[in-house]
Design a binder for this molecule. Structure first.
Ligand SMILES: [Mg+2]
Length: 279
């Protein structure tokens, strides 16, 4: 991060200025299929002391509801929170939900889209190899449960909590050289395939699936940088926060959840042609 950034004006355009509007008004209007995707905490919902109390600002939620009903426009909420939490805290009729940084996916209700996309053969095969190796290593401890999922292996040691150091050590060893990240839970260690623990790859997959020509993604935190860093020409990355206080790979910014709400409202005001092929 540049040390002298505090003395410089932000070089990134602010989206609610004339210069900033050039980045999104025309693409939003022109693209046949659009995705408006947003992080939850610190973006739709102001940060609160009790994470369980976080709620999307009413104006942002209302705007997303209406955007999702426009022909050719899809809406997604992308968060590190679990899918269950996310849907409960930000109920929207026609949104896609990407929980666990994209490892859990819920398509809009009634859309007819298959539930999960995490079952790509390459990933499943890599995970299977890993699961098999771990099963062999814990064969002497029948109480240890190795759970294989399409995108991860979870090793549960709830029934032998005293084995935590051994389980953690073998998980670390198994993860070495494998395309996974280690996540630790309660009496659980999970080896998550990298391609499914990243907002960037998850969002790209959604854009491909929906065949979107253009997408906007808004986020405030370091995990949102996985999207910004893609430099995918289809995605306009919007940092939520003051770009003078943190370096970001986003192309533009708005200051806070209130400005996110204002931006979403402005999007609603942009006339989009009725595209018969859009849906
Ligand atoms: Mg956030």
């Amino acid at each position: 991060m540049p040390a002298d950034s505090a003395n410089q004006p932000p070089s990134l355009p602010h989206l609610l200025t004339a210069q900033g509007r050039q980045l999104w008004r025309e693409p939003f209007q022109r693209a046949a299929r659009v995705l408006i995707a947003t992080d939850f905490d610190g973006t739709l919902a102001p940060i609160v002391a009790q994470p369980d109390q976080a709620r999307a600002l009413p104006q942002s939620r209302a705007a997303l509801q209406r955007l999702a009903k426009l022909p050719g426009v899809s809406v997604a909420v992308v968060s590190g929170r679990s899918l269950v939490d996310l849907v409960r805290m930000c109920p929207l009729d026609r949104a896609w939900y990407l929980g666990g940084h994209g490892s859990e996916v819920q398509p809009p209700m009634g859309s007819g889209v298959p539930q999960a996309w995490g079952e790509m053969p390459a990933t499943a095969a890599e995970i299977s190899v890993l699961a098999q190796r771990i099963r062999q290593q814990v064969a002497g401890w029948p109480e240890i449960f190795v759970e294989e999922k399409p995108w991860s292996v979870a090793v549960h040691y709830r029934r032998r909590p005293e084995l935590e150091p051994q389980v953690q050590a073998l998980a670390r060893e198994a993860a070495q050289g494998a395309p996974v990240r280690l996540l630790e839970g309660k009496c659980l260690v999970e080896l998550m395939h990298r391609s499914y623990y990243n907002k960037g790859t998850a969002l790209q997959q959604l854009i491909n699936e929906l065949q979107c020509d253009w997408a906007m993604f808004l986020g405030d935190d370091t995990t949102d940088e996985d999207v910004f860093a893609l430099r995918d020409p289809r995605i306009l990355g919007v940092f939520v926060g003051n770009p003078q206080t943190r370096s970001t790979a986003a192309q533009c910014w708005v200051l806070n959840p209130r400005e996110v709400g204002a931006l979403l409202l402005e999007l609603l005001g942009v006339p989009r042609p009725e595209l018969s092929a859009a849906r």
